[in-house]
Design a protein around this ligand. Structure first.
Ligand SMILES: Cc1cc2nc3c(=O)[nH]c(=O)nc-3n(C[C@H](O)[C@H](O)[C@H](O)COP(=O)(O)OP(=O)(O)OC[C@H]3O[C@@H](n4cnc5c(N)ncnc54)[C@H](O)[C@@H]3O)c2cc1C
Length: 385
């Protein structure tokens, strides 16, 4: 039998989660980063809307996003050839009947600043007419993220630190022998005391291969499309426009407009594809807000955002499977939180104290731990395996 290739850590999945933690762990030990697809970032990571917003998500997500700001806005020397972010204010819009939702949103997120009236909104985004949009709040701290720049920076850093990246390497079997995990891709077998499950929508499938109990993760499909910019308008400096009830959003994207109906359809793990109905809903919601007809869809896609029931990522060692580490459930925030989440996860995977800047923001291991889903047998629910 061929001896397995020995490492300190095996990371499964080279999306944003796997690439970013591989870069962190490679500073502490040897890493194999295994990706099923021929190129990294093919699934959720390559399909995001690329937005950074500190107002997005629950309190844990907001803290992780805040903690990622410095890295994204001022990356370490040599990490990326171009800026990782470009400022892109976010305009949260409300119709007259959404006034209460706008007030709630402000209270929940702490977004300060005056409420914009219809004329001020139209000055920002001329296609938002007063008869359709009554009020808005502007977040000037948000940005577009260069997702590929961030992903490639993480992969480069991981490789420079000695990590072995294997593409076209779907993990097919995982077993445990004498305190080590053996991970088999068909072509090669790897061994390490610690396996990081960063398999996105396939995280429970990977756990199943290892005989580890699943955690409640649900992939939800989200659709996006690109349309032509309205004729005669320079959209480059427009803010991202987000319905305050998150029924849709649109934003400039390389000269075109990216629109999403902000849909969330439960899905099996798969190469997600957009459905005609969701494209039609996106067009309809855009048309209702602007009065403009969508003439031509230039490009359409869908991706899976993976959520735990509390919409907080699942990060930490499995309760009763030594060395099996979860890094999953990043939902719709896995790009903007990646720098901080990777540092937090790497510290936990190495059984180190959490970085002090993350603790100062109120982050703690328990809030993210997979153990939060364990139940005593007496409750009649399956305990963690
Ligand atoms: C339409 C849309 C808009 C979004 N907008 C934003 C946004 O504006 N801001 C933001 O921060 N986030 C956004 N997100 C969310 C973000 O894209 C995800 O949270 C993030 O990409 C998750 O990264 P990941 O590495 O966990 O998953 P993925 O990128 O899916 O990576 C998982 C990888 O694991 C691999 N894998 C699975 N099984 C195996 C196996 N057995 N062996 C080897 N490899 C395996 C897969 O091939 C895949 O490459 C959006 C997502 C979508 C779909």
């Amino acid at each position: 039998m061929v001896e397995p290739t020995q490492h300190d850590f095996i990371v499964i999945g080279a999306g944003m989660a796997g690439a970013s933690i591989a870069a962190e762990l490679a500073a502490r030990g040897s890493v194999a980063l295994l990706e099923a697809e021929p190129h990294a970032g093919y699934h959720a990571t390559g399909r995001s809307a690329a937005l950074f917003s500190e107002l997005y998500g629950n309190a844990v997500i907001r803290a992780l996003t805040r903690a990622s700001r410095t890295f994204l806005f001022d990356p370490p020397a040599g990490f990326a050839e171009a800026p990782l972010v470009r400022p892109r204010p976010c305009l949260f819009i409300a119709r007259a009947d959404q006034a209460e939702a706008l007030a709630d949103f402000r209270a929940r997120t702490g977004l300060a600043g005056a409420t914009l009236d219809a004329a001020q909104i139209q000055a920002q985004v001329p296609i938002l007419t007063p008869d359709r949009v009554a009020a808005a709040a502007l977040d000037t701290g948000s940005a577009d993220i260069d997702v590929d720049g961030l992903l490639q920076g993480c992969l480069r850093r991981a490789r420079q630190r000695g990590a072995q990246l294997m593409l076209d390497a779907p993990v097919r079997a995982i077993s445990r022998h004498g305190g080590q995990w053996r991970v088999d891709t068909g072509a090669t077998t790897f061994a390490a005391p610690v396996v990081i499950n960063a398999a996105g929508a396939w995280a429970n499938a990977v756990a199943g291969l290892a005989g580890v109990a699943p955690v409640p993760l649900q992939p939800l499909r989200r659709t996006a499309m690109l349309i032509d910019a309205p004729a005669g308008l320079d959209i480059a400096a427009w803010p991202a426009v987000v319905d305050v009830d998150e029924q849709f959003y649109f934003k400039p994207d390389a000269g075109l407009l990216l629109i999403s109906p902000a849909d969330e359809h439960p899905s099996e793990p798969c190469d997600a594809q957009p459905e005609e109905l969701d494209i039609a809903i996106a067009a309809d919601r855009f048309e209702r807000a602007t009065g403009l007809a969508v003439q031509r869809v230039r490009h359409r896609w869908a991706g899976l955002r993976v959520f735990a029931p509390d919409r907080t990522p699942v990060v930490g060692f499995a309760a009763t499977s030594p060395g099996f580490f979860w890094l999953a459930g990043q939902g719709g925030y896995g790009i903007q939180t990646a720098p901080a989440l990777a540092r937090l996860a790497a510290a936990l995977a190495c059984r180190e104290a959490l970085p002090s800047d993350l603790l100062a923001l109120g982050l703690n291991a328990a809030a993210l731990s997979p153990a939060r889903f364990c139940h005593p047998i007496s409750e009649g629910v399956a305990p963690c395996a």
